[in-house]
Design a protein around this ligand. Sequence first.
Ligand SMILES: NC(=O)c1ccc[n+]([C@@H]2O[C@H](COP(=O)([O-])OP(=O)(O)OC[C@H]3O[C@@H](n4cnc5c(N)ncnc54)[C@H](O)[C@@H]3O)[C@@H](O)[C@H]2O)c1
Length: 274
Amino acid sequence: MKLEGRIALITGAGSGIGRAIAQLFVEEGAQVVVNDVVLEAAEATVRAVGMDGNRAIAIKADVSSSAEVKDMFDSVARRLGSLDILVNNAGIAENLKMEETNRKAEARVGELMSGGPIRTHWDITQEMTDEEWHRMIGVHLNGTFFCTREALKLMSARNRGAIINLSSVAGLRGIEVAPHYGAAKSAILGFTRSVAREVSSRGIRVNAICPGWVETPMTQSMSPLFRAFTISQIPAGRWGQPCEIAQTALFLASDDSSYFTGQWLSPNGGLFTS
Ligand SMILES: NC(=O)c1ccc[n+]([C@@H]2O[C@H](COP(=O)([O-])OP(=O)(O)OC[C@H]3O[C@@H](n4cnc5c(N)ncnc54)[C@H](O)[C@@H]3O)[C@@H](O)[C@H]2O)c1
């Protein structure tokens, strides 16, 4: 039991990677706050981890709203008294225009297979609206800041804690189909490094996870051909499973990683090596 007696809040834990982290943390003895912007999803995770009541509670909040985040942490302070672990996991890919992206990906593969050159251009940035840009930054980067700010107030009272931020391989090397996503995930790495240095003297550690492609609802709308193309670039020959990312989160949340701070770990099947 690596997290016995610890209290953990996981954002966006109504699905995918966040749900797998909640499940594993409960199995390892933690009391878990399951946040999601969709209450029913958070409640479904609480049921899925099979520890209704004391060991897991669902709280609805939109992490891109500082007011909702503050209310959520006030509620955690009232109900649980403290916080040991924060996982900034909530994320979106809803405005990636997947139909068009799939179509272009397939056209580009066809062009490559017939000897090139590539004539179908991505042209994502030049067509992006202000709203799409701000929404992506709002959920990923602002959400990570808002939750970290409130978590640090609770963790500072006891001078201990672990914060884990979900970045991505997209934050390390870029992603051609989602420049706003890549920008947010890179900025999360910069924020991770700076806050880690800032709060280290308080005994609070801040690290990031940069997964490669993972089988979750977020990635389900990719066409079979586009998906196969991504797999052809992964030495392991497959996408990752949410439970494999959860194991990385467990390591960074537990005392096993007591000398890690300001770092990123990338479970990615060899997709990106550095
Ligand atoms: N799936 C991948 O291939 C992959 C790869 C690298 C990084 N990631 C990152 O991992 C994290 C989890 O992704 P996933 O694949 O499990 O996605 P998912 O879509 O399965 O789950 C994301 C959850 O976040 C919730 N959410 C969305 N906006 C929110 C908000 N404003 N406030 C609170 N909750 C909100 C959603 O309702 C959903 O339950 C994300 O940050 C994502 O960018 C995913």
